[in-house]
Write a protein that binds this ligand. Structure first.
Ligand SMILES: [Ca+2]
Length: 507
């Protein structure tokens, strides 16, 4: 298959060189391409998947969390479509989550366990299946699996992307192999490309993957949104203050991270203060909301607004001071939960709420089912189409989580965990620290670590068993090791971290 001058074989060969350079094995990456069975009488529908970067689950106007934040187009998707209320990523980090979305697999299966790892030979992205099914496909925006190349990847007939994180302004796009300078904010630039492509005449069904750079740090709002929230009052989370009560029974690494690149006492090594950070993030998010509005308007204009399935999702969450942290990676709610909205009047009733536990690995099988095909066996996720359509269907009772320590940001340890709709067990690997258990229904802010309560011993043992069962069944019983590449954001700030104790206080 020829992809804009790059054959799949030559692409995989180049990817393989990178993988070997990073010292990776390919044992887990095998996901053999399967011939997909068609679903009888299914109508292949157009699908648009809009992804943002680091948008946390509750920063949407209709959620009421941030009083001043206006996101009319996200609100409209929730009002006229579905809000998937409990959506999670399997790893709260850009590249692993993106690879999970594209492959339907866990990080330890697809092998993209950090932001430096390129994709491994043998991985199949679901848009490759869509092409086989007769779709015309496009990728627009941030790819970010491997830093070094913006070349077109397999599975896409149209390609608009950039290297690594890209630039909010004055960047360079790779448009089907040609370098093109951007002339406006990246969210607008990508949306212009998306809308132009949607309007093209075609006989095939289409799939558009619109993958925004926003709202990743360092935040740069579109000029029309700059200073919109300059003077609004901010509310800080109750767990942000450096008090004994806030850190009683918390892991030591959490308190230490306050004083790092990813903590409120030394955030981004002093490059930005917390209030500016909060306001700039909200202002930058507005360009994403505008983008959703323009895509929806375009769908109406081309007469496809009733049948097209539109998703909006974040690739991972983000902390705004909870437990003294910023950023993601860890397993606390603001990090592992993501916004997920779906719109398709032919399938989804207005105002649908989906309470089930949904994950990023479910996107690939869902899109394939919307395209009229049975998802392949090698995918770990499941189609959520029945949930969106309000159909009774057996569903999972827990979601699993994994994060692997990165030399670039060494303040967050390797983490495994399991979350049900009631409890969350967080287990840390390779550090002498306490694990955590939370009752997320009664303690949604995760302030009361129950791990040492005698009455929860059986529960903890059961959750631990389920977590290891999952790792065993999915070939995840080893820590993927990668060669250290890139810079290190590992300085400690001037504020000293005081000694504190865990375990003794709760026993
Ligand atoms: Ca991200």
């Amino acid at each position: 298959m020829k992809q804009n001058g790059l054959t799949r074989r030559s692409f995989l060969r180049s990817a393989g060189v990178t993988s070997l350079a990073l010292g990776m094995t390919t044992a887990n990456a095998a996901s053999k391409r399967e011939k997909l069975a068609k679903i009888p009488r299914a109508k292949p529908r157009n699908v648009i998947f809009i992804l943002s970067d680091d948008h946390r689950f509750d920063f949407m106007g209709f959620m009421g969390k941030v009083k001043f934040l206006e996101t009319p187009h996200m609100d409209r998707m929730a009002r006229e479509g579905a809000h998937i209320q409990n959506a999670f990523v399997t790893t709260a980090l850009c590249s692993p989550s993106r690879a999970s979305i594209l492959t339907g697999q866990f990080s330890h299966t697809h092998g993209v366990v950090d932001n430096n790892t390129d994709i491994q030979p043998g991985l199949v992205f679901f848009p490759e299946y869509l092409q086989q099914l007769g779709y015309e496909t496009a990728f627009m925006g941030k790819w970010h699996m491997g830093h070094d190349s913006d070349d077109p990847r397999p599975g896409f007939d149209k390609w608009v992307s950039f290297r690594g994180q890209g630039e909010y302004y004055n960047g360079t796009l790779n448009v089907d192999g040609k370098k093109v300078k951007t002339t406006q904010h990246i969210s607008d630039e990508l949306t212009d490309n998306a809308v132009a492509w949607m309007k093209q005449d075609r006989k095939k069904p289409f799939f558009l993957y619109l993958s925004h750079k926003a709202v990743h740090a360092m935040f740069e709002p579109a000029k029309r949104h700059l200073d919109r929230y300059k003077d609004v009052p901010l509310e800080y989370p109750a767990s942000m203050a450096d008090t004994e009560a806030n850190y009683r029974c918390k892991p030591r690494w959490v308190k230490e991270q306050r004083n790092s690149w990813h903590g409120v006492d030394y955030m981004y090594h002093g490059q930005m203060d917390f209030d500016t950070f909060y306001r700039r993030y909200c202002e930058t998010l507005l360009s994403i909301d505008d983008s959703i509005g323009r895509v929806m308007d375009c769908l109406k204009e081309i007469g496809q607004d009733q049948s097209t399935l539109v998703f909006y999702m974040g690739d991972n969450g983000f902390c705004f001071g909870e437990h003294g942290l910023i950023d993601k990676r860890h397993m606390y709610e603001p990090s592992m939960r993501v916004p997920l909205l779906a719109y398709c009047p032919e399938v989804i009733k207005p105002g649908t709420k989906v309470p089930q536990l949904v994950q990023n690995i479910d996107i690939a099988p869902t899109v394939l089912e919307a395209a009229g095909a049975q998802p392949p066996q090698h995918m770990d996720g499941r189609s959520i189409l029945p949930l969106l359509a309000g159909k009774e269907t057996p569903w999972r009772s827990e979601v699993f989580y994994e994060y692997y320590w990165e030399a670039n940001f060494p303040q967050t340890p390797t983490t495994f965990g399991v979350r049900t709709d009631r409890y969350k067990l967080i287990h840390y690997h390779g550090v002498w620290d306490t694990d955590e258990l939370y009752d997320v229904q009664n303690d949604p802010d995760e302030r009361d670590n129950l791990i040492d309560k005698p009455e929860h011993r059986t529960l903890v043992a059961d959750l631990r068993r389920r977590m290891y069962d999952w790792l065993e069944k999915t070939d995840g019983m080893q820590i993927p090791l990668r060669r250290e590449v890139g810079g290190r954001s590992d300085k400690r700030g001037p504020k000293a971290t005081t000694e504190f104790k865990f375990h003794q206080e709760s026993r």
